[in-house]
Design a protein around this ligand. Sequence first.
Ligand SMILES: Cc1cc2nc3c(=O)[nH]c(=O)nc-3n(C[C@H](O)[C@H](O)[C@H](O)COP(=O)(O)O)c2cc1C
Length: 190
Amino acid sequence: MPEKILCKLPDPQPMPMTVTDALRKRRTLRSISGRPLTEAELSNLLWAAAGVTSKDGKRTAPTCLNLRSVSVFLLAKDGVWRYDGEKHALELVVREDLRAASTLGQHAFVDNAPATLVFVAENTPRTQMALPYFVYLDAGAMMENAAIAAAAQGLAGVPRGSVNGPELGKSMRLPATFTPIFCYTVGHPQ
Ligand SMILES: Cc1cc2nc3c(=O)[nH]c(=O)nc-3n(C[C@H](O)[C@H](O)[C@H](O)COP(=O)(O)O)c2cc1C
């Protein structure tokens, strides 16, 4: 078995904005620079989307029937990573830059933005009660948490439904029971 590569993220830090101001500032901004995110920024974004905040594994975002049927993956220049909310760490899935493969046509900003979060739905007997609709609600709540964290850190981001999920899942080497359903592309404003 190949050795697992796990990168621990720094603990999430208080973000320098009130919830009111972050809600007011949240905007879809498609001018995104290629400048990498800092580990601290990434940590806050991923924690906001799917961080674990209780001893029994509950998250920052609500999930249908507490099934946690949606996971977050990160597409970055150095590869595809799975976010492990329990460990607050990133686990390497494949060392391949798949950012451009996550869009159907918005290459102008997706290809170079430093991060695309991919919300991946699990379709197994365990998660049947969340399918087909509730996984989308779960993913929407997770995306909005990430968008608020982006706004609070002065970042620019785009929620994206225009993704070929089954194709992207294959490129990400996911088992057929895991399908990308939504993306959030994020970075520093241009
Ligand atoms: C479910 C959903 C799917 C979206 N898909 C895309 C997309 O594929 N590409 C894109 O550029 N923007 C996408 N958006 C962003 C919307 O265009 C944007 O939220 C809308 O224009 C309102 O702007 P605001 O987010 O700044 O309030 C999506 C938003 C949502 C909620």
